[in-house]
Design a protein around this ligand. Structure first.
Ligand SMILES: [Mg+2]
Length: 268
């Protein structure tokens, strides 16, 4: 199937792309990814690289990507932590007071919330905000549970229950959220993919409009479905988790299917 003709993407002004399985795979760049980013930068395309991982700040993430051979400017990174901070900033803007957040997470999340004007506190918070971390403690989880039972709203950066590591899977935000849900009977509001909220805030950041924006991803149940729900042109790459024969199992289809981002370089 040859669908990556030049005409297919000529109306696309802005690009959103997933990271794992699209640009990188276990700390190695996927062939074509570096060239695609270079081309976007060289032609001043408006684009953002999206990740549901809320552990790193954009600066840390840019450094990590650089170490694995991919040059992505930090202003072109959009994490679920940034999306969550934007969401909360918008939620509290008419209250006349800064939002108060108790955070279970790392610098990626605390920095984003700080920069969005939130107060980080364990006293009388409006929100308990859960993100990715490697240092959960029983005391912190207990605190979060008691604050939610006391009326704080429960927010999570992303639904992923596991993340990858070289030694095997790691429990991720969704797994800890499940623990807190079991103890409180409260479900979190989750900002990251597949919530199209993640795409809408990304598009606001680069002043993108849905009719002229494309989303590239390797997962049908997150990247593609959320892209469709946000009204975007969707591009499924087969360099990650999805095989071509998997596509028909879903009740929706991407606009375009390509083997990898290498097939997009000449059309963007
Ligand atoms: Mg992916």
């Amino acid at each position: 199937m040859k669908r990556n003709s030049v005409g297919e993407n000529e109306n696309i002004e802005c690009w959103l792309t997933d990271m794992d399985g699209v640009l990188v795979h276990e700390n190695h760049p996927i062939p074509g990814a570096a060239e695609l980013i270079e081309r976007w930068v060289a032609t001043s395309k408006r684009f953002l690289v999206l990740t549901n991982n809320s552990i790193y700040t954009p600066r840390d993430l840019a450094a990590r990507l650089r170490a694995s051979g991919l040059e992505v400017p930090e202003e072109n990174l959009w994490t679920s932590a940034l999306a969550t901070a934007e969401f909360l900033k918008d939620q509290v803007k008419n209250t006349g007071a800064p939002g108060r957040c108790f955070v279970v997470g790392e610098a990626g999340l605390t920095t984003a919330l700080h920069e969005a004007g939130m107060i980080l506190t364990d006293t009388n918070p409006d929100y308990v905000v859960l993100g990715e971390t490697r240092t959960y403690s029983f005391g912190t989880i207990t605190k979060a549970i008691r604050l939610i039972l006391g009326g704080a709203r429960f927010i999570a950066t992303n639904p992923d229950v596991t993340g990858p590591s070289q030694e095997g899977v790691l429990p991720a935000t969704g797994a800890i959220a499940a623990l807190i849900t079991a103890a409180t009977s409260m479900e979190p509001y989750i900002v990251g993919k597949p919530n199209p909220m993640m795409f809408r805030s990304a598009m606001r950041k680069i002043d993108a409009h849905s009719e002229t924006t494309a989303m590239i991803g390797d997962r049908m149940d997150t990247d593609i479905v959320a892209g469709i729900e946000a009204g975007l042109h969707t591009v499924l790459v087969l360099s990650g988790i999805t095989q071509r024969e998997d596509i028909n199992r879903y009740p929706f289809r991407p606009t375009q299917v390509v083997n990898s981002v290498a097939d997009l370089i000449t059309t963007v």
